[in-house]
Write a protein that binds this ligand. Structure first.
Ligand SMILES: [Mn+2]
Length: 424
């Protein structure tokens, strides 16, 4: 964890908030420790795991997202990458497990990467994966991405999209990032519009060029999405296509799972397990959804699904699966909340699912599976899922100078009203 030397919120305010809640938290933590004792679990070990968890915050998550029907921005939202960093640092200060930022190029192109790196260092933030953007045209762009980017029928457009991704790598190198996430909106809206096989060939041709520009210690994450903006077909539409592509690209290429990018009711935890088994699970974009790619706050609609995903991840962690080192990021759209509050809440929900999954008795579960006992298998998972691990999360945060109740601490600090004054 990077050390903070510049604080978006006065540390005394956080300490004051914690001192009011500390006594009750200790009581709740001790009680949970006794419950765990009876279950043969050491709460201190679980807390250590909780403290070591790492989650990246997307720079774009600090602003109101909205939909194509409209955007209703709140007051005091960040106007530039520096202000976005400050909001990310507010999240990080209150919940130190959220200690890195995922940038989006060109929305966050730094004028001076060295200065931005220095600023991030002071705010206790590091840079996670870089995200390229070839799903919209930039001002003054001659060739258009209207009919695709890396898979466009026009060579000049494909070359432009490749060059943009290589630029993202170059900027990322200066910031200390070690990964590039690529999601393309390429696809079609009419039957017959695209030559399915040819577009995938173009994709691999373009991706191979980007892959060649990737430093040895970098990873490339490929993100699939079932639909939108293309509504009839999407080039990288599912995890199977994704896997075939990263497998062909090489050892530095991995699949990234965005929870909202699947058809409704798809068994995402099983996809996660498959990608782990195939050695190609690179990372996550966490969010939640109800009907489609809704980009809702993580854990708000289907917390049990989030737990089941982490159940697979923790199982792999405990089994020391070779090469297993996924990157965790949030990627969601905040339409009706204060974005900083949504990020704080979502970070806590992802963190919660991870810690709950630590409570599963793996040996017992394996026994129930061997003996074909579905009822007890589910019961073992539910025992973990139904445990309120809030005191562990809060204790881990407090011991890292974060807040016992981050949203309450944020509100009490008057952070947003200060930002309204400063940013307008
Ligand atoms: Mn995503």
């Amino acid at each position: 964890m990077e050390k903070m030397t510049r604080f978006p919120i006065a540390p005394e305010k956080v300490a004051e908030h914690n001192s009011r809640l500390e006594k009750d938290l200790q009581t709740d933590y001790d009680h949970l420790g006794m419950v765990f004792n009876r279950r043969g679990i050491d709460i201190e070990e679980i807390k250590k795991k909780a403290a070591a968890f790492k989650l990246a915050i997307p720079s774009w998550g600090t602003s109101t997202g909205g939909t194509r029907f409209g955007v209703f921005p709140g007051k005091g939202e960040p106007r530039n990458i520096n202000e976005k960093l400050q909001d990310c640092a507010a999240v990080r200060q209150l919940n130190p497990v959220a200690g890195s930022v995922s940038l989006h190029i060109p929305w966050d192109i730094p004028e001076d990467p060295d200065a931005l790196k220095k600023e991030a260092d002071e705010l206790g933030l590091s840079f996670d994966a870089m995200n390229s953007n070839t799903f919209q045209d930039q001002p003054g762009q001659q060739d258009s991405y209207k009919f695709g980017s890396l898979t466009n029928t026009k060579k000049s457009v494909r070359e432009l999209a490749v060059a943009h991704n290589i630029e993202c790598i170059e900027i990322g190198k200066k910031l200390g990032s070690k990964a590039l996430t690529i999601w393309i909106g390429d696809g079609s809206n009419f039957p017959g519009q695209s030559h399915f096989r040819k577009t995938l060939d173009y994709y691999m041709e373009s991706m191979n060029k980007i892959y060649k520009a990737l430093p040895d210690n970098w990873k490339i994450y490929v993100e699939h999405k079932v639909y939108e903006p293309a509504f009839y077909s999407t080039v990288i539409s599912d995890w199977g296509t994704n896997y075939v592509c990263v497998k062909e690209l090489g050892d530095k290429a991995y699949s990234l799972v965005d929870l909202g990018h699947h058809a409704p009711n798809v068994n995402i935890e099983q996809i996660v397990a498959r990608l782990i088994a195939l050695g190609k699970l690179g990372g996550f974009h966490f969010n939640d959804s109800k009907y489609g790619d809704d980009d809702l706050d993580s854990g708000s609609v289907k917390p049990f699904q989030l737990f089941l995903i982490f159940n697979e991840l923790v199982a792999a962690e405990k089994e020391n699966v070779k090469g297993f080192d996924p990157a965790y990021m949030l990627d969601q759209s905040h339409n009706v909340t204060d974005p900083v509050e949504s990020l704080i809440n979502s970070a806590a929900e992802v963190h919660r699912a991870y810690v709950q999954a630590q409570l599963v008795d793996r040996e017992a579960l394996a026994g129930f599976q061997e003996n074909n006992d579905p009822m007890m298998s589910l019961s073992e998972l539910k025992k973990a899922y139904n445990t309120d691990v809030s005191p562990i999360l809060a204790m881990a945060r407090m011991e890292m100078d974060g807040a016992v109740e981050p949203i309450a601490a944020l509100r009490a600090s008057g952070y947003r009203s200060r930002m309204v004054k400063a940013r307008g």
